[in-house]
Design a protein around this ligand. Structure first.
Ligand code: OXD
Ligand code: MN
Length: 610
């Protein structure tokens, strides 16, 4: 091992607590070398990674990487929140004692980076000088250069962020060791991977993956699990898997901000990056803040404020195209520095392709490799229908590349949040939008958020896979306390955001067609919500919230079957009664759920006539 003190000195890393932390883990992992990185090192690291064959060119200033074929997604059953207090155990956080997990991870990491470079990535999960900056600083250690390249895109990376901390000992210690991917027994009885957040020690220990969702610790473990825990422990903020967008009415000059949680495959990234529908484009301008994480706090003026702690987008590639998300396509064009992972790659033309990018894959198979690196042209007849890219293939690009990134996305003050929406893919029951003014009912709605389970397979017809606030994989403390913390934070706001539940996915029961066209048209529902909040429309009460009156929705330029519209704006009371029964069982799992939440549940049940 080189002289650690000399390396850290040369890298201008001045924080003694960070130095001790780096030295400690360098000793355990046995790394051969240490390198402190900043965003300025990107070009050099790209060159080194290209030369080493870790990434490939995918056009001018675009890159392609392939992860090990058994290492392509987050692994919830191997993901653990550990603390020193057994009372922190919840239903979804996979709680284990810190005293058990720390030695286990230390053992797994011992010597596991031998011969490799350990990169030191000082990062900030907030715009500099944010009121939440004290919870935003971290230092990721990783033995994987591709992870460094992705972290540089996804977080603000510079040694400056940890040299001048108010409390120099207070930063998230985030250790990532890739491990011997070919011998980790992924998905077997002998699985060696562990992804642990020791939340009350602000320490993250992830072993056994180089896939972004397990390895970009600023995003996935710090930005959500650790932040949710810190927000609760400090009583100061909420850290949620939420998108965040802004809508400007160019005629009145008003600007609204909406944050919201959506379980996976419910269109969160597409909504976050949406544009106004063509017919409304002259009047409304939509700005992008974030597609995955929002941290929210109460501002001095009594409004709820929010910001995206990330610096980039780690988006699912599949089905991204001109219709679903033109903004995303524009943010991964040549010279953006975007990195594609596990898509199909043409080694001759350096193009990439993924399912849904175009209706059909490229006709000329010459040079095309599937996500495992196998030539498509050499596929056997049995493999002919296999996807070219992995369903969880990703693109990584910085926020600054997104054409409609909000001009104030980097401002420390954040933005006032006017609306909080929840929306899970649901084929029936959920109308286009229902607004909820009562805070407890809004939080109750978030706690009972879910998306359709795989109906046939699970035999759970009509039952959702519940995903409270879209935080199921990121819950770090018990759900009852989580609900109480939400009630506390929103309760402290003197000007409260309005809540709403949206659903773009209702289908006709007989032929299965979607009743609502979705995508850019979704803005119409959000505009109605903002008008309701401001009192320029009144809506129609229903047992589960306020629905738009038909003439209140701005349908200019939209061709929609009136019968479909009727169904989108009505409630199926019988299906809702069934849902209330499912919800009862879902909520009963949670210890110490605040009485206000149970009261909200009873109010909804009573209104439905139970
Ligand atoms: C996720 C992600 O897995 O945002 O939720 O990547
Ligand atoms: Mn996510």
């Amino acid at each position: 091992m080189a002289d650690v003190a000399a390396i850290l000195e040369a890298a201008n890393l001045k924080n003694d607590h960070v130095r001790d932390y780096v030295r400690y883990w360098a000793g355990i992992t046995g790394a051969a070398n240490i390198e402190v990185v900043s965003a300025d090192d990107d070009a050099r690291l790209l060159k080194e990674a290209l030369e080493a064959g870790e990434i490939f060119p995918a056009g001018d200033g675009l890159y392609y990487s392939r992860s090990y074929y058994k290492d392509t997604a987050r692994t919830e059953e191997r993901t653990i929140v550990a603390t020193n207090d057994p009372a922190d155990k919840g239903v979804y956080n996979n709680w284990r004692p810190a005293s058990e997990m720390k030695p286990k991870l230390t053992e797994l990491m011992t010597g596991a980076s031998a011969g490799k470079t350990m990169y030191v990535i000082p990062y900030l999960m907030s715009p500099p000088k944010s009121p939440l900056e004290a919870w935003a600083a971290g230092v990721q250690l990783t033995d994987n250069r591709s992870v460094v390249l992705q972290m540089i895109r996804m977080a603000r990376v510079s040694v400056e962020f940890i040299n001048n901390l108010q409390d120099p000992a207070s930063f998230v210690r985030a250790v990532h060791v890739t491990g011997d991917l070919e011998n980790l027994g992924q998905g077997t009885q002998d699985d060696k991977r562990y992804f642990v957040t020791v939340a009350d020690e602000r320490t993250i220990l992830h072993f056994g993956s180089s896939y972004g969702g397990n390895a970009l610790l600023g995003k996935i473990a710090h930005g959500l699990r650790q932040a949710a825990y810190d927000g609760w422990a400090s009583g100061k903020f909420l850290g949620e898997q939420f998108m965040l967008l802004g809508i400007t009415d160019k005629v009145t000059g008003k600007k609204w901000h909406i944050a919201g949680g959506f379980p996976s495959a419910s269109g969160k990234t597409n909504l976050a990056m949406t544009l106004a529908p063509d017919a409304l484009g002259d009047r409304y301008y939509v700005e992008f803040y974030g597609d995955d994480i929002a941290w929210m706090w109460v501002g001095a003026d009594g409004r709820l404020y929010g910001m995206n702690p990330e610096n980039g987008v780690f988006g699912v590639a599949k089905d991204t195209n001109e219709k679903t998300n033109p903004t995303a396509l524009d943010s991964i064009v040549p010279r953006t520095g975007a990195i594609f992972t596990n898509v199909a790659y043409n080694e001759k033309t350096q193009e990439v392709w993924f399912e849904g990018r175009t209706p059909e894959p490229p006709a000329d198979l010459d040079g095309w490799l599937d996500w495992k690196g196998k030539p498509i042209a050499e596929r056997s007849p049995a493999e002919a229908k296999d996807p070219w890219s992995h369903p969880n293939a990703r693109f990584t690009t910085t926020l600054a590349n997104v054409p409609n990134i909000a001009s104030d996305y980097n401002e420390p003050v954040g933005v006032p949040i006017d609306g909080i929406i929840f929306g899970g893919r649901t084929r029936d029951r959920e109308p286009l939008i229902r607004a909820i003014r009562d805070v407890a009912e809004g939080v109750y709605d978030g706690l009972t958020l879910g998306a359709e389970a795989t109906f046939a397979a699970d035999g759970l017809d009509g039952q959702l896979r519940y995903d409270p606030m879209s935080m199921r994989p990121f819950m770090s403390y018990p759900e009852g306390a989580y609900a109480a913390h939400w009630l506390k934070i929103i309760g402290e706001c003197t000007a409260k955001p309005i809540f709403a539940h949206v659903n773009w996915f209702q289908r006709d029961a007989s032929d299965g067609h979607f009743l609502w066209p979705g995508y850019r048209e979704n803005l119409r529902a959000l505009l109605w919500l903002m008008q309701l909040r401001e009192g320029s429309v009144t809506g129609v009460p229903s047992p589960v919230g306020i629905l738009p009156a038909k003439d209140e929705l701005n349908l200019e330029g939209l061709d929609i079957d009136p019968a479909d519209l009727d169904r989108l704006l009505t409630i199926d009371v019988d299906r809702w009664k069934q849902e209330v029964g499912f919800r009862q069982a879902h909520l009963e799992q949670f210890a110490n759920l605040p009485a206000e939440i149970w009261e909200a549940h009873r109010r909804v049940a009573e209104a439905l006539g139970d």
